[in-house]
Structures are given as C-alpha cells and as structure tokens.
Write a protein that binds this ligand. Structure first.
Ligand code: ATP
Length: 271
C-alpha cells in the first residue's frame, strides 16, 4: 500500500466516449472515484458497465475524452501494480488447470522484480490473501475442483495478493451463493480498511451494502445517477418509461439482471 501518497482521485473520467465497431457504447461519461471510496456501478444489461471498467483498466481504448488513473492520463500510466482487476468469472478460470496457490501467486507479478525468486514478502501476501477469502486450507486444490463461488474467491485473492490501491471488480457476485457473497464482503471490508479504493459492477449487492459509499447507475452508455448508495430494493425495481413510481413492477425483463430505476427517473417523471 502507498498510504502516504497524496489523495488524488484514483479514477477520473472526463467526457469519455467509447465506440466499438463504429457503434457508440459510452457517451460523455464523467466519473470521479475518490480515494478510499467504494463505488458500485449499477444498470441494466448492455448499459455499458463492463465497457466502462474495461476502459478504466486499459483493456479497451476510448474514442474521446480523458481517463486518468491516480491523476495520470491512461496512456502515460505505468504503475499497473497499483491496480487489481477481477474480471467476470466466465472469462477467467475456464480450462485453467492451476492450483489455487498458483493462481493467487500470479497476482504478485506486478509487484515482483524481474528474474528474482519469490520473496518472503510475496509469500506472506499470498498467504494473507488466501486467509482473507477463507481458502488457506484449499491452496493445493486445482481451481477446477472448486465450486463457482470458491473460484470467484480465488480471483479475488489473486487481486488482493497484489495489494492494490485500486480494485476493480466486474460482477463478482453473479451466481454466487450467500456464504460466498459474505466472504467477498469480508475480503472487501479488509481491503477498504487498508485505505484501498474499490469500483464494483454488481447486480447482487447483498452483504456488501454497508461498505458502499456511492452508487452510479448507467443507462444507454451514460451516467443516469451518481449519488448516495441505492438500496438493493430500489436497484432491483424494474423501470418502464411510463410507469408511475408507485407502480414499479418487480419482474425483470432481461436475462440475468434487473433494470435499475434511479431517483433521477422519478424526478423526471414528476415534472
Ligand atoms: N466486443 C464487443 N463488440 C461489440 N459490441 C460490444 C462489445 N462489448 C460490448 N458491446 C456492446 O456494448 C453494449 C454495452 O455492453 P456492456 O457489456 O458494457 O454492458 P453491461 O452494462 O456490462 O451489461 P451486462 O450487465 O450484461 O454485463 C452492449 O450493447 C454490448 O452488446
């Protein structure tokens, strides 16, 4: 950790647009995540949440605007060891025959010096990360022997092992049972207590709710709401453009995620 670093915003997006194949996906997105904050990114399927976190983590180029990490323009940013990323599970462990310890140790790559053997510090960070996610007793298991929720914890431990100042997670709770969600919440609480900043895409907030400082709701590639944390209840209300807020419908119209109604919608419809 670099606790003494001046508290610049770990993530800043200034009028950022992203197009894929000529199609606009993010439009004029402004977002600042402050140091030590935990921000959840909510919104319906296809609203651009994954595109936003892939842009922030340098996996996807932006077409317009400025993205800064810790105050440095993305193109000039070199301190990638300060950033941890937990991708959507389906893209990460499929067909990987590694043991739990190997996967978690791979999270130290950005911190290690080239051609040097693993240091005691590396080993301690790996042990601590395994402990935090409750998998210390399973470190020699093959990842494929674990349940989906446990595999997710392995990916989180990998990110924690790198001792990131900024952790970005893309839907870590999708399809994860409550005990695993609780383990994730505990891991994030300990990271947050160390002063780290967390940006999280999540449909299932569950036990993480008390940790959240702010919610940002995406809709059609734009920020539709940026403010105090939305309760899971509000976040899970289906929104139809002509509904009265008193008649919000609870049934989702998308495959795995609810629509998110934001207070801005309510404001707009009152006018
Ligand atoms: N590689 C790609 N090629 C073409 N279109 C893409 C690509 N990635 C994303 N898109 C499109 O961009 C839009 C936003 O997708 P994105 O995955 O960012 O949304 P999301 O809010 O994360 O959705 P979900 O909740 O389903 O993960 C969607 O219409 C999607 O089809």
């Amino acid at each position: 950790m670099t606790a003494a670093t001046p508290r610049v915003s770990p993530v800043t997006l200034d009028r950022v647009s992203v197009s894929i194949g000529g199609r606009p996906i993010l439009r004029d997105v402004d977002l600042a995540v402050r140091a030590g904050e935990m921000v959840t990114l909510l919104g319906p399927n296809g609203s651009g949440k994954s595109t936003l976190v892939r842009t922030v983590t340098g996996l996807l180029p932006h077409t317009r605007g400025e993205v800064r990490l810790f105050g440095t323009l993305l193109g000039e940013f070199a301190e990638w060891q300060r950033l941890g990323f937990v991708p959507q599970r389906s893209t990460a462990t499929t067909g990987v025959p590694s043991t739990v310890r190997e996967v978690v140790a791979s999270g130290r790559v950005g911190r290690r010096r080239l051609f040097r053997p693993t240091s005691g510090e590396d080993r301690r960070a790996v042990e601590a990360a395994l402990e935090v996610v409750g998998l210390a007793g399973r470190s020699s298991y093959g990842v494929s022997q674990l349940s989906g929720g446990q595999q997710q914890r392995v990916l989180i431990a990998r990110a924690l092992a790198g001792e990131p100042d900024l952790l970005v997670l893309d839907e870590p709770t999708a399809g994860v049972d409550l005990p695993n969600q609780q383990a994730l919440a505990d891991a994030l609480a300990s990271l947050k207590a160390r002063g780290a900043t967390i940006l999280l895409v999540a449909h299932e907030i569950g036990p993480m709710m008390p940790l959240i400082d702010r919610s940002v709701v995406m809709r059609d590639g734009r920020v539709a709401y940026d403010g105090p944390p939305l309760s899971q209840e509000v976040a899970s209300h289906t929104h139809h453009a002509h509904d009265h807020p008193d008649h919000l419908d609870h049934a989702g119209t998308h495959d795995h995620a609810p629509h998110v109604a934001s207070p801005l919608d309510f404001e707009r419809r009152r006018r």
